[in-house]
Design a protein around this ligand. Structure first.
Ligand code: IPM
Ligand code: MG
Length: 370
C-alpha cells in the first residue's frame, strides 16, 4: 500500500483517550498489516480555542484538507460553555464538515450479538440489527442563513434558524443512499416532515425523482421523520438504509445508537464527492458519541466507536475491505469474550478500562490475522 496521510484530531474530553487506542491500532496495521500510514496531529474544539482562540486554526484546517483521511475524536465540554458562539468547540467540527464538503454522513448501527442484552429494548427487537443512517451533513438548518438572534427593541428577542435545501443537495445524498442500499438489503427509507415543512416537500420530490432515474431496482419507502423515530424503537429491523436531513439525522442516529446498547458503539464516516481527477473522496471518521466530560480522564470511556470509525476509514478511504472486516471481527470477538467497558456492562458484570479494551482488540487482531 502506498503511504497514506492521516490527520488525527483527538479534541476534548475522552477524545484524546480513545484516540490513543486508535493509534495502537494504526501502529498494528503498519507493523503487522502491511500498511503504511503516516500520522500528524492537530487541535480542534475547546483545546484549539485554549491554544489559539479558534475552534480550529487555519493551519490545522489546511492539514485536514490535504490529508487522505481525518480521524476525529470528540469536542466540547462545560469548560467552554461561556465562549462566544462563533468559536465554541462544535464550530471546529462544523467548519471541517463544511469546508471539506463532507455532505454524506454514514452512521451504521449494528447490534453485536454479545450486546443484545445491553440495549434498553427487548432482545428480540434488536438482535441481529444492521441498519445504516445516511445523514445529509453540510446543509439544512445547521448552516442555513439567516441564523441569528434579533433584538426586537421591545424587550423581546427573536431567534431565527433557516432550514434550506437545494435540489442538488438532496439528489446527491439520495444517490449515496441508493448506492449503499445495493450493497446491503436494497431498501431505502427516506425521512422528512413534508406535512409541515417545504423542505420536506422538496426532499420527498427529489428522492422520488432520483429513484425513478436510475435506482428503480432499490425498494424506496417514505416516512415522516417523527413516525420514523417511533418505528426505530418499535421495530428497527424493518429498516435497511435510512436517508434523512442534517437535523433529523442527528437525532435519529442518537436513537439508533442506543438500540445497539450504548452510544459508545457507533462509528461514522463523513464523505465528500469523489475528486474529478483522482476519484478520491475527502473524508473524516468520528465516533457518534460526544466528549463525555463527566468520565474524561477516568479510563472508563469505550474506545469501540472510535476504533470502528477507523475500520470505516480502511473500508471507505483506503479500499482495505479485508482489513476493515478483520478489525470489525476483532471488536466482535473481544465482546464475545465478555470484555466490557462500563457503558456496555450488565449489572454486576466485571468491567475493563479504555486501554484494556484497546489492548484486547489488538490481541484479537493478532488472533484473527494469524
Ligand atoms: C453529531 C454531534 C454534532 C452534530 C455536534 C457535536 C455539533 O451531535 O455529530 O451528531 O450536531 O452534528
Ligand atoms: Mg449528534
Amino acid at each position: 500500500m502506498a503511504s497514506q496521510n492521516l490527520l488525527l484530531l483527538p479534541g476534548d474530553g475522552i477524545g484524546p483517550e480513545i484516540m490513543l487506542e486508535v493509534k495502537k491500532v494504526i501502529a498494528w496495521f503498519n507493523d503487522k498489516g502491511g500498511m503504511s500510514f503516516e500520522t500528524d496531529e492537530g487541535l480542534v474544539g475547546g483545546c484549539a480555542y485554549d491554544a489559539h482562540g479558534q475552534a480550529i486554526s487555519d493551519a490545522d484546517m489546511a492539514k485536514a484538507m490535504a490529508a487522505d483521511a481525518v480521524i476525529f475524536g470528540a469536542v466540547g465540554g462545560p469548560k467552554w460553555d461561556d465562549v462566544s458562539y462563533d468559536v465554541r468547540p462544535e464550530a471546529g467540527l462544523l467548519r471541517l464538515r463544511k469546508d471539506m464538503e463532507l455532505f454524506a454522513n454514514l452512521r451504521p448501527a449494528i447490534c453485536y450479538p454479545a450486546l443484545a442484552d445491553a440495549s434498553s429494548l427487548k432482545k428480540d427487537i434488536i438482535e441481529g440489527l444492521d441498519i445504516l443512517i445516511v445523514r445529509e451533513l453540510t446543509g439544512g438548518v445547521y448552516f442555513g442563513e439567516p441564523k441569528e438572534i434579533r433584538d426586537l427593541g421591545n424587550g423581546q428577542k427573536r431567534a431565527v434558524d433557516t432550514q434550506v435545501y437545494d435540489t442538488y443537495e438532496i439528489e446527491r445524498i439520495s444517490r449515496v443512499a441508493f448506492e449503499l442500499a445495493r450493497t446491503r438489503k436494497n431498501k431505502v427509507t427516506s425521512m422528512e416532515k413534508r406535512n409541515v415543512m417545504k423542505s420536506g416537500v422538496l426532499w420527498n420530490e427529489v428522492v422520488t425523482q432520483t429513484h425513478a432515474n436510475g435506482y428503480q431496482d432499490v425498494q424506496l419507502e417514505h416516512m415522516l421523520a417523527d413516525a420514523g423515530g417511533m418505528q426505530l424503537v418499535r421495530w428497527p429491523k424493518q429498516f435497511d438504509v435510512i436517508v434523512t436531513d442534517n437535523l433529523f439525522g442527528d437525532m435519529l442516529s442518537d436513537v439508533a445508537a442506543m438500540l445497539t446498547g450504548s452510544l459508545g458503539m457507533l462509528p461514522s464516516a463523513s464523505l465528500g464527492a469523489p475528486d474529478e481527477t483522482t476519484g478520491k473522496r475527502k473524508a473524516l471518521y468520528e465516533p457518534v458519541h460526544g466528549s463525555a466530560p463527566d468520565i474524561a480522564g477516568t479510563g472508563a470511556a469505550n474506545p469501540i466507536a472510535m476504533i470502528a470509525s477507523f475500520a470505516m476509514a480502511l473500508r471507505y478511504s483506503f479500499e482495505q475491505v479485508a482489513a476493515a472486516d478483520m478489525l470489525d471481527k476483532a471488536i466482535a470477538n473481544a465482546l464475545d469474550k465478555g470484555l466490557r467497558t462500563k457503558d456496555i456492562a450488565a449489572e454486576g458484570q466485571a468491567t475493563i478500562s479504555t486501554a484494556e479494551m484497546g489492548d484486547a482488540i489488538l490481541a484479537e487482531l493478532d488472533a484473527v490475522s494469524a
